[in-house]
Design a protein around this ligand. Sequence first.
Ligand code: FE
Length: 220
Amino acid sequence: MKKWKCTVCGYIHEGEEPPEKCPVCGADKSLFEELVEEKTVEKPEPVAETTAPEPEVAAAAVTSKDSAPQARPAGKTDKLSEMIVKNHIHPITVHIPNGVLPITVLFTMIALIFGCEILETAAICNMTIIFLAMPAVLYTGYKNWQHKYKGARTDLFLTKLVCGVLVTLLAVFLLIWWIIDPNAATKGGGAGWIFLLLHFAMLLFAAIAGFMGGKLVFRD
Ligand code: FE
């Protein structure tokens, strides 16, 4: 059975042909390369020599058929991108807003239902942290995409990008709303529920981006 490797995310497919699309990252069939197993090769003994030389054995390994010398150009690379990918800076930065956002939504909901001002203040502080973290999330995500995944324009990466931008825009919008009306949640009413609904939308977009990221990391 032949093996095919997705050159974008590293997913391995077994079959006579590569899949039409990578089930993990959505990369096109053309971005798969065949993996070939190198057989153990022994050099034939020279006839003229009386002492047979040690057979030279090539180590068995699985390599890309067209990877020598270089199958595809590497993604856009620079020292900073290498550092971001190597040290997993994107997942580290992502966990800041992802950790804070559910609490922000919960506090806003309690503030809206029970008119609890202290939780509304806490929610504003949390939203500020999200707002401050998002530029780093977007920047490191972009660098990861360009460097590690060769800037592949598949649905998965575009969805992650759109979700990240929407989370950022909603954070900005909700903070401005809060600056204009510091009691946006506690005063309730229809506007208060719309305010809360936008928080849930943020949570949904963050969850989608996180799900896509998990798919890439765990390749399932
Ligand atoms: Fe892939």
